[in-house]
Write a protein that binds this ligand. Structure first.
Ligand SMILES: [Zn+2]
Length: 250
C-alpha cells in the first residue's frame, strides 16, 4: 500500500467497503461468507452449506420488515443457536430432550417452530393458513429457504416472510411461557398476539418513532439509513447456547 505523501495520521479502515467505513450490512455479509466457508469454526447453514445458500439466507433475513430482535431471532434459528432442548443436550446440559408441548418428539428448532402439533395449529390459524406438512427440509434453514422459494414470485413476498418471522417469534415466546410459567397459550390467542406485535411495529415505523430499545439486542446498535440492526458479535454467536439457560432468548 502506498504511503500518503501528505503525512496523514494512520487510521483504521474497513477493508470490505469502498469508502473504508464499516456498515452493519457489509459486516454481516462478511460474517456470513466466512461462516459459509467454515472459517468461523462451524460448517455452514445446516444442509445448505454452500455459499449460495448462505447468501440467500442472508439476503432473505436482511430484507425482512421486522423489528431488529426478530430479525436477529430468525438468523439464530438458521444457525441453530436457539436454546431448544436438543441443543442444550448437545452442549452437555442434562435436560429431557422431549418437546415440552407434545412430549412426543425431540425439541429441535424445526420441530418447535414448524412440525410440532402446536405449531401446526398456530400456522393454520394464521391468515396465511400455512400447511406445514407441505414444507420441505429437515432443518430450520432448509425450511426457511423453501418458504423463500415458495413466495419468490409473489408480489407480497417480503410481507409474507415478515409475517412468518413474527409468527416464529411468537411460537418461541409461547414455548417459553409454557416452560417457565406452565401456561399454554391458545394458538388463536398466539395468532392475535403476533398480529398485535406486527401491527404495532408497522404503525410505529410509519410514524417514524421506532424506539432504539426495540433494536438493542445482543450487540452494538448502528444505523444504516432508515434501517437498524444490531450486529451480532462473533463471540456471542459462537457461545449463545452455552451462555443462556433453557428458553432464554437474548
Ligand atoms: Zn412438539
Amino acid at each position: 500500500m502506498a504511503l500518503s505523501r501528505f503525512g496523514c495520521p494512520d487510521r483504521w479502515m474497513w477493508h470490505f467497503t469502498k469508502n473504508g467505513l464499516f456498515t452493519v450490512k457489509s459486516g454481516y455479509r462478511v460474517a456470513v461468507e466466512l461462516d459459509s466457508n467454515g472459517l468461523l469454526g462451524r460448517r455452514g447453514f445446516g444442509g445448505t452449506s454452500d455459499d449460495r445458500g448462505g447468501r440467500r439466507l442472508w439476503k432473505s433475513i436482511w430484507e425482512l420488515n421486522v423489528v431488529g430482535k426478530i430479525r436477529h431471532f430468525v438468523w439464530r434459528c438458521c444457525k441453530d443457536y436457539i436454546a431448544v432442548r436438543s441443543n442444550l443436550r448437545r452442549r452437555g446440559v442434562q435436560v429431557d430432550p422431549a418437546c415440552p408441548s407434545c412430549q412426543q418428539h425431540e425439541e429441535t428448532v424445526a420441530h418447535l417452530l414448524f412440525h410440532c402439533h402446536y405449531a401446526r395449529l398456530f400456522w393454520f390459524a394464521c391468515p396465511l393458513q400455512l400447511d406445514v406438512r407441505s414444507l420441505q427440509g429437515g432443518t430450520f434453514a432448509d425450511i426457511w429457504l423453501g418458504l423463500c422459494d415458495r413466495f419468490a414470485q409473489d408480489s407480497g413476498r417480503d410481507g409474507l416472510l415478515s409475517s412468518i418471522a413474527y409468527g416464529l417469534w411468537r411460537l418461541w415466546k409461547c414455548r417459553n411461557t409454557l416452560v417457565f410459567e406452565g401456561t399454554t397459550v391458545h394458538p388463536a390467542e398466539a395468532v392475535e398476539l403476533m398480529h398485535k406485535q406486527q401491527n404495532e411495529f408497522l404503525q410505529t415505523k410509519e410514524q417514524g418513532t421506532e424506539t432504539p430499545s426495540s433494536h438493542e439486542v445482543g450487540g452494538v446498535q448502528r444505523s444504516m439509513g432508515t434501517q437498524h440492526w444490531s450486529c451480532p458479535p462473533m463471540a456471542f454467536t459462537k457461545s449463545a447456547v452455552f451462555d443462556v439457560g433453557e428458553g432464554h432468548c437474548l
